[in-house]
Design a protein around this ligand. Structure first.
Ligand SMILES: Cc1cc2nc3c(=O)[nH]c(=O)nc-3n(C[C@H](O)[C@H](O)[C@H](O)COP(=O)(O)OP(=O)(O)OC[C@H]3O[C@@H](n4cnc5c(N)ncnc54)[C@H](O)[C@@H]3O)c2cc1C
Length: 301
């Protein structure tokens, strides 16, 4: 069997935030070939469905999920010299270290970002001026009819934390192909990646969260810095708590599950500071973390 189905699985145990009730069904796929049939069947049956990568960017509903959550555990890589095709479930950090082990440093800047390769492609994850799209050649995905399709990277509508896959939640990313060109000495590439991983994890506030809660705004008024963290800190968000949800004392844009937080706590706190920043600076912050309801629909702040 290349997939398994578990019933009544708590989503809090599958997400970094540690928030979320029970999902009716959790489908774990170990072989990508299995996905199209069950994916198309789920959509045809009109069952609510949602793909979970490693859950590092999600706040699930307190009511859980009334349908099928898919986890794709396929994580093979296939190298042809400097071109590598990676299955969606591969841990991004492991992929970066594997590339560094071959002397490629193109994607080193992303080292330390948690999650899967599929999650990184979908959200065009980035850090230190680099983004997942930078050396991406193409993406293979399964559409709502179970058809396997390939899009060249230039047609994936990548922008800051955006892609065509975000706009089409019924498309499931299967594989990503990267063309790596920046080759350096193997040990240097490995040391750089490992150093970055260590540095980034030291900077993150300890505890349960989904990384930066809000995206950085594109425009801000004169005198303000174009960072969500700056706007929140200068509005006074650091340390504020509602229920179990709290803005970190260390980094104002890290909204933490400090103490058995519920999605309701997270939403109340996020909405409160969204309004304060809007009133103070005229900037409407957009969440980077994804909040979903029990049918997989995005919950607006
Ligand atoms: C401590 C911390 C630090 C972070 N720092 C950064 C950072 O510096 N830069 C950054 O960009 N992000 C950062 N993040 C956010 C997070 O790591 C990224 O968004 C990551 O790419 C999410 O990957 P994931 O596999 O965990 O996806 P999940 O959180 O599981 O899912 C996120 C979204 O992707 C979708 N998805 C997942 N897999 C697929 C697939 N195969 N096909 C289609 N859709 C899919 C899900 O349905 C969901 O909508 C951080 C998070 C944490 C907890």
């Amino acid at each position: 069997m290349n997939f398994s189905i578990e019933k009544n699985v708590p989503l809090s145990s599958l997400t970094y935030f540690g928030v979320g009730g029970k999902a009716d069904e959790l489908v774990r796929i170990t072989d990508i070939q299995t996905l199209p049939e069950i994916w198309a069947e789920t959509i045809a049956l009109k069952l609510p469905h949602f793909i979970l990568g490693s859950g590092s960017n999600l706040v699930c509903s307190d009511a859980g999920f009334r349908g099928r959550i898919f986890i794709i555990e396929a994580k093979r890589t296939e190298w042809k010299e400097n071109v590598v095709t990676v299955e969606t479930g591969k841990n991004l950090q492991q992929f970066i270290l594997e590339a560094a082990g071959r002397g490629f440093s193109d994607i080193t800047n992303l080292a330390g970002i948690p999650g899967t390769v599929g999650g990184a492609v979908r959200g065009n994850a980035g850090a230190f001026g680099s983004e997942t799209k930078d050396c991406l050649q193409s993406v293979q995905f399964c559409d709502e009819n179970g058809m396997i399709r390939i899009l060249p990277a230039r047609e994936c509508l990548f922008e800051y934390r955006e892609s065509i896959f975000k706009k089409n939640p019924q498309w499931c990313i299967l594989r990503a192909t990267f063309r790596l060109t920046n080759k350096i000495e193997r040990d240097t590439a490995m040391n750089n990646a490992q150093k970055l991983i260590q540095e980034r994890w030291q900077k993150y506030p300890p505890g349960k969260c989904g990384g930066s809660f809000f995206k950085n705004p594109t425009t801000v008024p004169d005198g303000a810095m174009p960072y969500a963290g700056w706007l929140l800190e200068n509005s006074g968000a650091k340390g504020d708590q509602i229920g179990g949800a709290k803005f970190s004392e260390k980094h104002a844009n890290f909204l933490m599950n400090a103490e058995n937080a519920t999605q309701k706590d997270v939403l109340e706190l996020a909405r409160k500071w969204h309004k304060i920043v809007l009133d103070t600076y005229g900037v409407s912050l957009e969440p980077e973390v994804m909040l979903i309801d029990e049918y997989g629909k995005r919950v607006e702040i």
